[in-house]
Design a protein around this ligand. Structure first.
Ligand code: FEO
Length: 401
């Protein structure tokens, strides 16, 4: 991708990565991504906003040099330190050693670990601080947990434009970088939702606070660090509305208590059904459904777990462990917002039976409130086993009311 003018004096100089299919090890990216970076040129000074993934450094430098010589850059502003945005910083600073790196207080803590340099000129930006480039005034807005503690926004008042890093971004890649020129809008919307779920879903209260900060700025243009630039005449209103809707707690009068499980021979499934029957005896209005993880998308199951009031999770034992889909589901847990959420673990096993205790250990490490010690049945559950499971369901439900 070549440099693209966003508005007079501001260029997008980032890099497209249309072929990426997995981001950060766990996130599917069906439509690639972009590592966005922006060059802001004032009358006296110039600032780069973010860098890019280290693998794309050479292309990145070429894009910058289409707009201005590297040695004219005075500031490198990092709204967030994750390596997809800071990965090229160390190499870049070898080329522009006199530039000042600007970042939040939280961001400043790890900059030496990211670059392995202690000689960089670093300036900490607090909310309300200003850098005057000459006709382009940068101001900084702290935006913690959008999505890590170091995050901040950088606003250019003359252009009513804000750089938000990951906030309102998307892993979506089309050549123009402009929301009003997206060819496959439904695919963009799908990618935008997936990005929100993976990156911002765990930080819903902070998302609401971030939207309020954006509203206070009344920006016409939002430049995120992944995906298309958003404008008031384009998708900015839509993206803000969606973030608000997805981040506002759903009101439900009845409890949502899903039962997730895997079952090799139907035994763990029988236990799941008995627990559900016990729960529904005590809480007849509860939304209490069985989900065999083999038949469902783990991302969707993770979202259901994260939004539930409580849940049950069942595993057989195979190879002296819980089965992979169960552990994969737990890898989708938003551990910040699920602390102390009640959970009932269970499962059938033959021989050694490590599956349930291993799940219990994992749940404890994630700070769930584990009900009981993990209900285990040997091989095929007997009538007595199923009655015990049902009673356990009743007790679990009573503990929730
Ligand atoms: Fe795109 Fe949190 O990095």
């Amino acid at each position: 991708m070549a440099a693209i003018e966003v508005c007079k004096g501001i260029h997008s100089v980032g890099v497209l990565n249309p072929n990426m299919r997995v981001f950060d090890v766990v996130m599917k990216t069906e439509y690639g991504t972009s590592y966005n970076s922006y060059l802001v040129e004032g009358d006296h000074k110039k600032a780069l906003i973010e860098t890019v993934h280290h693998r794309y450094f050479n292309q990145y430098i070429q894009n910058i040099e289409q707009v201005c010589p590297l040695n004219e850059i005075d500031y490198v502003i990092l709204n967030h330190n994750e390596p997809d945005h800071s990965g090229s910083l160390a190499m870049l600073m070898e080329k522009i050693p006199n530039a000042t790196v600007v970042l939040s207080q939280a961001g400043s803590v790890y900059i030496k670990n990211i670059t392995n340099r202690t000689d960089l000129k670093v300036q900490v930006a607090k909310s309300g601080d200003v850098i005057d480039l000459g006709g382009k005034t940068l101001s900084f807005v702290s935006a913690p947990f959008l999505h890590w503690p170091d995050s901040m926004f950088t606003y250019v008042k003359e252009d009513k434009l804000v750089f938000t890093c990951d906030f309102l971004g998307s892993h979506y890649c089309e050549p123009t970088m402009h929301d009003q020129e997206i060819t496959y809008l439904e695919k963009y919307k799908f990618a935008f939702k997936g990005y929100y779920d993976a990156i911002f879903g765990p930080f819903k209260p902070y998302v609401i606070a971030g939207l309020e900060k954006l509203d206070a700025l009344d920006a016409d243009i939002v430049c995120p660090s992944h995906g298309p630039i958003l404008t008031k005449g384009g998708l900015l209103g839509y993206t803000k509305e969606m973030y608000k809707a997805w981040s506002t707690p759903a009101e439900h009068s009845e409890k949502v208590i899903p039962l997730f499980y895997c079952t090799a021979y139907g035994n763990t499934e029988q236990v799941a059904a008995a627990i559900r029957d016990g729960i529904l005896e005590v809480l007849p209005g509860a939304k209490c459904e069985l989900y065999d993880l083999i038949d469902h998308d783990l991302g969707e199951m993770g979202a259901l777990l994260n939004s539930s009031d409580a849940f049950c999770i069942g595993t057989p034992t195979i190879n002296r462990d819980a089965v992979p889909p169960v552990m994969m589901l737990l890898a989708h847990v938003d551990v910040i917002n699920n602390q102390k959420k009640p959970v009932l673990p269970f499962g059938s096993y033959g021989w050694s039976g490590e599956g349930v205790p291993n799940v219990v250990a994992r749940l404890n490490s994630q700070k769930f409130k584990v009900f009981g010690e993990g209900f285990k049945v040997i091989f095929v559950p007997s009538k007595e086993d199923l009655e015990k499971a049902k009673e356990l369901g009743r007790e679990f439900a009573k503990s929730l009311s």
